[in-house]
Design a protein around this ligand. Structure first.
Ligand code: EAX
Length: 328
């Protein structure tokens, strides 16, 4: 039996067990899967959520974490929650726009001025309206989580100006907004699942990639990348997804527990993203990366103008401004 079959069998067995367990006291074991390592902010978030949910539910719900893409890359995890083979998943918005197109607006570069701004938007009415779109696409999102502001790494040269980035072959997420932005900057965007990225960097299939400090750290990219530029070019939101097949079987009280526990997980995750962003650069330097701190952000924004025009056309300038200028 291959892994996928094993997974499916497990899911079917779980469904049968749950279906047969009518007593409210029966314990439910659920898997929460993600693509990052056990040292990552996603793991910190999953653990905090698991502890809180066990407590809140009096031991009824046990979350078992599956990390490091062992149940699939982010796209497979989203699909898995959709069809019910994955119970819960933490994923970046990287692949989400291919399922819930309205979410793509959040992937526009330089949309958020900082973490407070991003949290205010996502935790407010705009974020809620977007979460409400998921069920139309066979998904259910418990909360906005966090991956962080992304920074460019590569093996060719330090990047401070957009002209330094021209011609670099950069792995991007499977995300059309990101690809458009990198193409506009004169880079060669190569969409690829995160699972394949370390090897691609090691073998030189691509020159570089971009990710938040916490991902660069926890994925050991310093081993295969020389230059880090603190471009902070785009904020990368994440989500805690729950399979509709699990969600629909919960009572209202239980749904409330999952929502509250997800919030606790998000808080822990955001704290870890922040501490990695603040302390991780020193670690990456120690690990041998050459860090360009003074990136010409204004020049990057200017060079992106043609992409911003495309995004205005696609999403509506008003909707973009509503996010950009949002005040709680
Ligand atoms: O969600 O694919 C990516 O680069 C993501 O940032 C990573 O998998 C964490």
């Amino acid at each position: 039996m291959n892994r996928r079959d094993a997974c499916l069998t497990f899911a079917v067995l779980t469904a049968l067990t749950l279906g047969g367990a009518s007593a409210a006291s029966a314990q439910s074991d659920l898997t929460i899967a993600h693509a990052l390592s056990s040292a990552s902010h996603y793991s910190v978030g999953a653990e905090a959520m698991a502890v809180d949910l066990a407590e809140r539910s009096g031991g009824k719900f046990k979350l078992n974490e599956s990390y490091g893409s062992s149940l699939g890359g982010e796209r497979e995890l989203v699909e898995g929650t959709q069809i019910g083979t994955i119970d819960l998943a933490i994923v970046s918005t990287g692949p989400i726009g291919n399922f819930v197109p309205d979410v793509l607006i959040l992937d526009i570069p330089f949309l958020f001025s900082g973490y407070e701004h991003a949290h205010a938007v996502l935790d407010g009415p705009i974020g809620q309206k977007l979460l409400d779109k998921f069920p139309e696409h066979g998904l259910h999102a418990l909360a906005w989580a966090e991956n962080g502001f992304r920074n460019l790494t590569n093996n060719v040269r330090p990047v401070a100006e957009p002209t330094d980035a021209e011609g670099l072959k950069i792995r991007t997420m499977e995300n059309p907004v990101h690809m458009e932005a990198f193409r506009t900057l004169g880079m060669l965007p190569t969409p690829m699942a995160f699972t394949e990225l370390f090897t691609a960097l090691e073998q030189g299939t691509v020159d570089g990639e971009e990710n938040p400090i916490g991902v660069i750290l926890s994925a050991n990219f310093a081993d295969v990348q020389k230059y880090l530029s603190l471009t902070r070019h785009v904020y990368s939101p994440a989500l805690i997804l729950i399979s509709p097949s699990v969600w629909d079987g919960l009572s209202d009280e239980e749904k409330g527990w999952f929502e509250e526990s997800a919030k606790v997980g998000v808080k822990a995750m955001r704290d870890k993203v922040r501490s990695d962003a603040e302390n991780g650069i020193a670690t990456l330097k120690k690990e041998g990366m050459q860090v360009t701190e003074n990136v010409n952000t204004a020049a990057f924004q200017q060079a992106l103008q043609p992409a911003f025009d495309v995004f205005a056309e696609k999403f509506g300038q008003e909707s973009i401004d509503a996010i950009r200028n949002y005040k709680p």
